[in-house]
Write a protein that binds this ligand. Structure first.
Ligand SMILES: C[S@@+](CC[C@H](N)C(=O)[O-])C[C@H]1O[C@@H](n2cnc3c(N)ncnc32)[C@H](O)[C@@H]1O
Length: 270
């Protein structure tokens, strides 16, 4: 049983991804994607960034560990009539099905950061990128005051401690750790660049309803609620998350939730 795969196949991440489309599209619009560019979207989910890249003319392969999300991505590509975008199951830590130097651009937006062996993931991203190509990662930042690090902070107080040897995905939001991983993969440190960027979650509904979406469909939050329930603390977790979502909501509309979240944008020139 692969716990990493089980976590992301749990629930239905497409129900969260639906609130991430605008920022995904904007991010891709900023990457200089052109006709025929060979793009790998790693940890692609149901195609929030893969599909806009294909709409800009790139040949896109989406790889994700969760087979339900791969199926959802292929269905979305088909609905949009995009025959230059396909999705397949794979693990960012071991991309044995992909060739060396296959892609001009490897994109991984809140994707490869969740692979359990970060040094292997960096090595694989470098291996499949053509010389002169780029790797662009979006990574959440530990202890950041905006949404995602705070969800994690609240949830972890209700969850059992991680197993020995577990490396937090959030370490991909620490510049020194990211540099160390790419240097170990053979990239000079000066070819690893960092910028702070913002991703906006837009949800049609109230902040409390948005918390419900995470509780019912987002694997990591579902696990936190299961752990909280065992200790009779479900209501407390619900209340803390609702307070967080309400505090971070910037939408003036009562029927909309809009929450900006800061992330670390990593650009590696291979
Ligand atoms: C937060 S979601 C982001 C999905 C997508 N990039 C987006 O922006 O909507 C994290 C994604 O990483 C995938 N993932 C987690 N571990 C992975 C691994 N080891 N290899 C490939 N994908 C992985 C999950 O299945 C999930 O689709």
């Amino acid at each position: 049983m692969n716990a990493n795969k089980a976590l992301w196949e749990k629930g239905d991440f497409t129900r969260i991804a639906a609130s991430m489309r605008e920022s995904g599209e904007a991010l891709v619009g900023d990457l200089g994607v052109s006709n025929g560019l060979q793009v790998l979207d790693l940890g692609c989910g149901d195609g929030t960034t893969a599909l806009p890249a294909a709409q800009l003319g790139a040949d896109v392969l989406g790889v994700d560990i969760a087979s339900n999300l791969v199926a959802a991505g292929n269905a979305r590509a088909q609905d949009l009539g995009l025959d230059n975008c396909r999705f397949q199951v794979g693990d960012a830590s071991d991309l044995h099905e992909l060739s060396d130097e296959q892609f001009d651009l490897v994109v991984s937006i809140f994707g490869a950061m969740f692979a359990p062996k970060p040094f292997d993931a960096a090595k694989e991203m470098v291996r499949v990128t053509k010389p002169g190509g780029r790797i662009v990662m979006g990574n959440w930042i530990p202890n950041d005051p905006t949404l995602v690090a705070q969800i994690l902070k609240i949830s972890s107080a209700y969850s059992p401690p991680p197993p020995d040897g577990f490396v937090s995905p959030m370490t991909w939001g620490v510049e020194t750790s990211v540099t160390e991983r790419f240097v170990a993969a053979g990239v000079p440190a000066q070819k690893v660049a960092f910028a702070r960027d913002t991703f906006v979650f837009n949800f049609r509904g109230t902040p409390a309803e948005y918390v419900g979406r995470f509780r019912d469909y987002y694997g990591p939050t579902m696990n936190a609620f299961e752990a909280a329930q065992k200790n009779g603390r479900t209501a407390e977790l619900q209340r803390q998350l609702e307070e967080l979502f309400q505090a971070k909501n910037t939408s003036p509309r009562k029927d909309m939730t809009s929450i900006p979240a800061t992330f670390l944008r990593v650009t590696v020139t291979v």
